[in-house]
Write a protein that binds this ligand. Sequence first.
Ligand code: SF4
Length: 499
Amino acid sequence: MTQETITRNFLDTPSFWREYPERDIEFVRWYPCDVGPLSPEQVYARQEKFPRTTSFYVHIPFCNQVCTSCPYNKFNTRNTLVQRYIKALKAEIDLYSKSPYLRDVVFTSGYFGGGTPTTLRAEELDDLLGFMKQRLNFSDDCSVTIESTPVDVDQQKLDVLLKHGVSRMSLGVQTFHDPILRYLGRARAHTGESATRTIELIARSGLENLCIDYMIGMPGQTHDLWAQDIRTLMDLPVTSFSVYNYAVLPGSEVFFALQSGATPPCPSTREADEMYQYLHTTLMDAGYLALTYNDFLEPMRPEWEAEGATTYPVLLDGSKPYRGMETDTFRLTDHLSQVWGRCGDMVAIGSGAYGYLNNHMYLNQPDINAYIDTCNSGRLPVVMGAYTDEHEQRCRSLVLGLKLLRVKRSVYRERHGVDPYEYFKDKVDSLVEKGLLVVTDEALQVTYPKGWYYIDNICKTFYSDRNYRLPQPTSASTEILNWQLDRTDGRKGLPIVQS
Ligand code: SF4
């Protein structure tokens, strides 16, 4: 087994940024990257925006079973921190409820991520959600997502979530194959059978939108097993579906198990690509709707259409009937639309959470004890971030907007006062020349399948000069606090990987 097979992603980390025809491997999730120390006072020094709506992200950094190759900011729930953390969350929420910036602002969507938010007990979820609804102004149809594993949710918790209007659950299934779950260290937590039982329980509860997460690139995963997982997905009462790349962290249990041959190797990059292609064609042949290259919705329902949801053709030449959902026309995808499509405000709540307010991208204190102390002292825990001026906002709308595969020119013009094609003509023309983007009167649209394959390269084309070749910082550890502080020449470049 080659080293490349073992740590396909992480050995590549010095080369976050590649250039076409090399494919970038870093998943774009936020922008900008050029962050530095930032205080709450700096965020609100001058009110530039007068938002009417916002979303929220709440980080719950606890898991009942910590997986062997997990890069996220999390602790075991047995830790006595849980109670202190919830108290701090409430203090932070209280501060936002009194913020002049958010006065009269309506929360239209939100997301509880982690960690595993449903590791909180039913009473704790009830307390936290009830407190949020009491302090913050939620719209009647506010769409709220919560992440869970198949074993951290039961009827009692579902009742609490439904009572507070949670409409979507993102369930980390990863695969239905027990041997692979064992290689991931997940089998101590769930099996394919327990995942199926939980999915059926959630479907019976009446929760509107159940999303399951799969992973590609796991030890022992083969094309045949992947095809079985896709068939299983299509037979289950699942509304939407996301797939992520599995990455082996150097030094993790999985890393050593792979190195010693105790677990079978991960699929090669080529095999993983074939799994993506199989996923795309199988789902879209069956009428599933693309949200991004790795998120799909089940085929259009009459009630969604009646509510005004609309779709667009994935292939402009009409050679296949593949469709994508216009996320801004659909209530259940409002969070994606708010955060990536509209680049709207998002209030970050919790240790290590990141958000966007008053034209500032910001990160909360990732050290959980420091976070708790800060909130309890009556101060917002903002520690890092970056201001986005008009140019950065225009860049951001394409970096994040194209994650949704399509940016409408009229909407962009309305928001930024310029046409995206005219403003970024050279960059757009070069992407069109490479066959990655098409420009129509209506939109800039990522091509299928080639553009989907290069989606992160496409998004990064619109990074500003300040952000060019910078990797995205991660708030998963306190390392972020040292991010770029040692810069001497004003920027930290990264090497280009030559093909
Ligand atoms: S459940 Fe998710 S967040 Fe928790 S340890 Fe496993 S991968 Fe990490």
